[in-house]
Design a protein around this ligand. Sequence first.
Ligand SMILES: *Cc1c(COP(=O)(O)O)cnc(C)c1O
Length: 356
Amino acid sequence: MGIDISNLVREDIRDFVPYDPHIYENVIKMDANENPYPFPDEILQEIYKRVKERGITRYPDPVAKKLRVELAKYTGVLPEQIIVGNGSDELIQLLLQVFGGPGTQSLIPYPTFSMYAIHTRITGGTPAGIPMQDDFSLPMEELLRGVERPENKVTFLCTPNNPTGNTIPVSQVEEVLQKAKGIVVADEAYLEFYNRETSTSLLKKYNNLAIIRTFSKAFALAGLRVGYMLASVEIIREMMKLKQPYNVNAFSQEAAVTVLKHRDAFKPQVDLIIAERERMYEALKAISGIKVYPSGSNYLMFRTEKSGPEVHHALIEKGVLIRNLHGGPGLDNCLRVTMGKKEENDIFLEKLKEII
Ligand SMILES: *Cc1c(COP(=O)(O)O)cnc(C)c1O
C-alpha cells in the first residue's frame, strides 16, 4: 500500500535496528551503569521547589547559563568552555554533525561504547575501528599513525572505558593530542569513580580536545538526560551554532544545578560503589571459570569459560539482570555487571556461583 517508505530511507542507514533495552520485570537491575541508591529525598524536594518557582510555561534557557556557571565551579574551566546536552549522547552526535559527515572517518579503538560508531554513521561518516591490545590498553602505534591522517576528523578515547573498565593514562591522551590533526574526544562519563586522572588540565594546551561528562552515572540523574562537554571556546562556539535551541528542558536544568550544589551528598554513595567494586573484583577473581578485568568505573567486565549468553540467561531466570557483551568485537563470552547495593551484589555473586 502507498509508497515504499523503506526505499526512501537514506541508503547508508537502511540496515539500522532500533535500540532495544529488553525490559524484564522483577529483576535486580545491574545492566545499565546507573546509581543503585535511592535519590536523596531532601535534594529531590529542593528540585521540585525550584521547578515550581520557575514554572514550566516558558521555554528553557537555551544556553543553560546557571548550570554552566555551576559546572565551571565544579570542573575549573570557564562557562564559555562548556556546552550542555540532552544526555551526553546528544553531544556526541552534535560534535560529529559539526566536524564529521560524509567523506570523514572517526577513529575508534574498540571494544568501546557503541554510540561513537552509531552517531558517526548517522551523521554520514565512516567509523574506523582499531582493535585494542589484549589487555584493552590503547594500540598506540597504530593510533598515532591514524590521528595524523586528515580524513580522521574525530578520535574517541573512553576512560574509564565502557565496557572493559580499564583507564587511559592522561599522558597517553596527550601523546594522541600532540599528533592529532582532528578533534580528540576523552569520554570521562565515569570520572567520579576514578577521580584521579582527568584530562581537564590539557584543555589549556590543546584546543582540539573535547571532554565528555554526564549526570547519568555518579549523580543519579539518568532519567533526566543531562550531559556536558568541556572544550576550547572555539569548539563550543561551533557546536552552539548547530545545537537545537531548547535541547535541555527546564526541569533537567534545575535538577542538575541542584545536584551540583549538593554534590557532597553523592560522595558517600560513590565511595560505597568504589568499595563494592573492589570487593566484587576479588570475589569474582576467586571463582574458577571466570576471568575478571580491573575497572576504574562502577561496573566490572568478566569472561566466562561457560557460554556467556547462557550464563546471562540463567542469571535472568534467577532474577538478576546484567549486560551480555557476547557478539561484540573481542568480547566473546564477556558480561558486564553494574555495582548494585551490597545486598544486591551478594545475591548476584550467589546466583552466579550456582550457575558456574
Ligand atoms: C553512560 C555513558 C555516557 C553518558 O550517556 P548519557 O547520554 O549522558 O546518559 C557517555 N559515555 C559513556 C561511555 C557511557 O557509558
